[in-house]
Design a protein around this ligand. Sequence first.
Ligand code: HT7
Ligand code: ZN
Length: 885
Amino acid sequence: PAPKYRKDYKAPGHWTRHVTLDINLGDGATVVTSELDMERNADSPGSDLFLDGEELKLFRVYIRDDNGEVTQLQEEDDYSLNDDGMLIKNSSLPSGNKYTVGTVVQIAPKENTRLSGLYTSGGNFCTQCEAEGFRRITFAQDRPDVMSTFSVRLNAWPSGDFPVMLSNGNNPVPPTLIPSPPGGEKVDKSYAVWEDPIPKPSYLFALVAGDLGSIKSTFVTKSGRKVKLEIFSEKENVDQLDWAMESLKAAMKWDEEKFGLEYDLDIFNVVAVNDFNMGAMENKGLNVFNTAYVLAKPETATDLDYERIEGVIGHEYFHNWTGNRVTCRDWFQLTLKEGLTVFRDQLFSGDMGSHAAKRIEDVRTLRSRQFPEDAGPLSHPIRPESYIAMDNFYTATVYVKGAEVIRMYRTLVGEAGFRKGMDLYFKRHDGQAVSCDDFRAAMADANDVNLDQFERWYLQPGTPEVSAAGEYDAEAKTYKLTLKQSSKKEDTLPFHIPVVTGLLLKEDGSEGCVASRGLELKEEEQTFTFEDVASEPIPSLLRDLSAPVKLRYKYSDEDLAFLMKHDTDSFNRWEAGQQLSTRVILGMVEEIKAGGEPGALPASLIDSFRATLLEKDIPDKSLQAYALRLPDPATLAEEMDVIDPDALYKALKHVRRSLADALASELRSVYDSAAPSGPYKKNSAEVGRRRLRNTILSYLHEPRDAAAAKLCFDQFEAADCMTDKLAAVACLANFDDAGGAFPERAEALSKFYNDADGDALVLNKWFGIQAAADLPDLLSRVKDLMQHEDFTLKNPNRLRSVVSSFAGSQHKFHAKDGSGYEFLGDMVLEVDQLNPQVASRLATMFSSYRRFDEKRQGLMREQLARIRDSSPSKDTYEVATRCLG
Ligand code: HT7
Ligand code: ZN
């Protein structure tokens, strides 16, 4: 398959101004009649017309000129077909400026296992059109720079199976029975009409039809318009929709208050479906969601699930302006909408809860997912230069680093300046398909600043490193800070990096920060001077992680302990603790690699953990919990020259166990004092309390002895919500029950399964904790799990709950004999037959192979080559070949 290049962008020779669809959803095949009202692009007269189309059975193609005259087109004479679509010769098109192209095609939604285009989930019809799914429904200009209004008529039979028929926009005709002809055969058919008056690209088209339950509400916009809100799910789950509705209303209000952005239609619908490749989709006025990001009740959803639902509901809603009204010129610009919308959802979640906790969570994701991606063969700039399968570019880099880039604009121009930039962006580009350069220009022009160099964040991949060194002049009372930037990627030009820096006086940390400045590092090396610094400071650098870079500064252990205690930036207080534990863990990794056994933990680490554990004045218990968590394996692995998964596993286990032993009584007493004192509540204080207590439970279960098993089982039995229940059973899953030991494990897992009572999302958790358990024979247990009657490869959530959980838990995946790799290779090949998008994503789990020892590299490369050589889908082929380089 041939790649597409960003540099080759060309506007189309024709524009589709309006799309009329008539879709027959029957028991058998689905027939789609479409009419595209076209207008020639005056800039490229005489162009042929290309319509994308894939796996469509074509019945006929016709043209209607602007006098209403219809001509049937003939293959070869008038048009040609290939696997990608249809090329209609200019000579077969009317010479006038405007004309209509009609096609009639047949598709097979029930056989659609790719979950792209129109497919069925649980007997209901639904669509997923981003990035290139619309072409699997009908022939069309399936490219984001072609924006059209839509009229959709849905016809369905038998009518009783389709009480719900939805599409984008307004609904002049809700589901209505088609009258049978007098005296004729009874027609048990119904239809509905939807009109979307706001031009949109085809990737935002959606339809949903079937038998669903719903909850309803309304939202009155700031200008007084009443919007009808409705959230749909399978009928048995409607009791789990309230939180999504509450989150939606909060998001609508927040966007009005923070960005002045008001919803523009009279209807906003959300539908939850069980079979979905990603998290959710922002189709205009009809968001479609993976059930995992909608359904919640305390008995089945954890606090983290609730937070994710709030964030994703917000994210998809915010796309209405950042993505839908102003969309992408081409798919290379994906971060224009995704980076910006992730940033907006991060701000929203911070405003709804705690900014510091949210920032820590987001930085953990950046470091554990994006930094490794940027260090491996799939590394790409946030605005990629080429792709084979666009679906492969919904990456941590485009989304998460993209959001960091947007955050840097705000750091550089300030909150008010950022709002001015956003206002100008909407003023200039509402209704347009634009580029990342247009966004940057709006930010620069609104604030009268030069952001030319800032473009390098869009052009250059890789995680820059910033090293810092400071010098205090006691006589002059100045502090000179020298910052240097570098990159592991060759030919990288200096980035424009905001380095927010605070200074804390060593002698009297209690005075807090004496100076805080937003430094702008633009050269390879720059020195910044702080005046009037009374005594020697310790710098607090890159506050709140003001840029997606790796910072190097030679802090002593005492400096870090000082910052943990005194830094006025709560993110950097957490960061200092992470650095301290990273240092200890990596030191142990070296000892283990050198053939030794890991030694005792330094007293400084135990003391700082004790201090954090016993700290009484942390109002936000989530922050306290995060400060007690060790850096995750993926983040630690990033700091190793050659990743040694066995040594890393051993070191981490040793540190966790040593902390559990050294602080046993303190951990237990804080665990006990954090026990629930009343009925379940979902407020931030209670969420923080549960988070802290369950973080402590994960230490307390480390001895893996009878007492620890009992403690976990007691929590499991007493739990009044999924958060506490899952935390307990996840710990129990780690107890090795070989030979009948620890019967609590099987008992809890069996009870958990029975309590699930078939709830798909709870069963995903049940599969997930077992597939990620810390057990020696994990792979064979995973293979057994896949024989379970509730396991299926066809549902992406279920598949990931086993396969991705196993591979993501690292240690057994990287077993030296290559068994984990062979398992993943087999899975990729099998799933690729069903769903290439999901398979190629699984294949990316091999992408860090170059970071491992020769033997593991060879074993992973073998699997990648096996995948590449097995004629896989273009999605999976692209991942395998890019990994192999
Ligand atoms: N914009 C949406 C992306 C998405 C997607 C992409 C490819 C294949 C399937 C997909 N489902 C959703 C989701 C978002 O980022 O908001
Ligand atoms: Zn998005």
